[in-house]
Design a protein around this ligand. Structure first.
Ligand code: HH2
Length: 277
């Protein structure tokens, strides 16, 4: 029996907050697009996790392989990923927040779930490592299914592609015995998309409500912001907050962010104003 089986209600609890949940990003990678190398030192990473928890994060998303949707990603072996995670994961779990494991490898996901992570975050939505679905079903944990593509196609109807992809992922999940109420859908801003297509997925996020699943958006500091307002990743906080607010108003129940304090404040102000409307 894994520890995770004692925590079957992680997602239900997050969705019952009565406000969007904030997922803080913790990348223990040398090459992430916005914070690569910053948190490779495990003590620094743990401090950062502690800070995000204090700033109001509801979930911590731990990743040890950059997804680098804009090229330059260095694939790492499962062993390297585990070596980066090993000193950090137990300390992050100890902070008491739900921890999600951002990995495309079933072996890494299973390892993390056995050590206290309680959410799986698969940026290939069960469509890359065939073992991912089995691990999710066996552990009975929430699973983030993100849309992704190998190639950017600027003339593609991106919303149609996202919907087809989700339909396939949901079918794979059902066949593996993953409970439907454990699945969160994420259109994958910046993954196999032009900046315009990324903006479209945010603008038309509410269409994805038709699947009946909670929605997550991960747009923090991403390149589509630069396409509208030229800026380096660290200079994209204003754009990230604006886009996250609009995503929440279109149905995002979870926002994945680097800048937790700023996002929490923005969402509190939005909720206060909405409640007086
Ligand atoms: N984006 C990134 C990584 N993981 N997971 C989900 N579910 N949704 C996302 O949009 C998403 C994700 C990319 O951002 P980051 O972690 O900052 O960079 P990198 O992958 O280079 O480490």
């Amino acid at each position: 029996m894994t520890a995770t089986l004692n925590k079957p209600h992680t997602l239900a609890r997050l969705l019952a907050l009565g406000r969007p949940a904030v997922m803080g990003i913790l990348n223990v990678t040398p090459d992430s697009f916005s914070d690569g190398g910053q948190f490779l030192d495990s003590a620094v990473a743990i401090d950062h996790a502690r800070r995000m928890a204090a700033e109001g994060a509801d979930i911590l998303d731990l990743g040890a392989e950059s997804t680098r949707p804009y090229g330059g990603m260095k694939p790492v072996s499962a062993e390297d990923e585990l070596a980066r995670l090993a000193p950090v994961l137990p300390e992050v779990v100890r902070l008491g927040l739900p921890v999600s494991i951002d990995t495309i490898k079933a072996k890494v996901a299973a390892w993390a779930l056995e050590r206290g992570a309680t959410i799986m975050n698969d940026v290939w939505g069960l469509q890359r490592d065939a073992d991912m679905a089995r691990v999710a079903a066996e552990h009975g944990v929430p699973l983030i299914v993100m849309h992704n593509r190998h190639e950017v196609d600027p003339v593609l109807d991106i919303m149609a592609d996202v919907k087809d992809f989700f339909a396939r992922s949901l079918e794979i999940a059902a066949r593996a015995g993953i409970a439907r109420e454990q699945i969160v859908l994420d259109p994958g801003v910046g993954f196999g998309k032009t900046p315009e297509q990324s903006i479209t997925t945010i603008a038309r996020l509410s269409e994805l409500r038709a699947f009946g699943q909670p929605l997550l958006i991960g747009l923090s500091r991403k390149r589509f912001i630069d396409s509208v307002s030229p800026s380096k990743p660290q200079q994209r906080i204003g754009g990230s907050i604006a886009a996250n607010v609009l995503a929440v108003l279109r149905g995002a129940g979870i926002v994945r962010v680097h800048d937790v304090a700023e996002t929490v404040q923005a969402l509190r102000v939005v909720a206060a104003i909405q409640s007086h409307g």
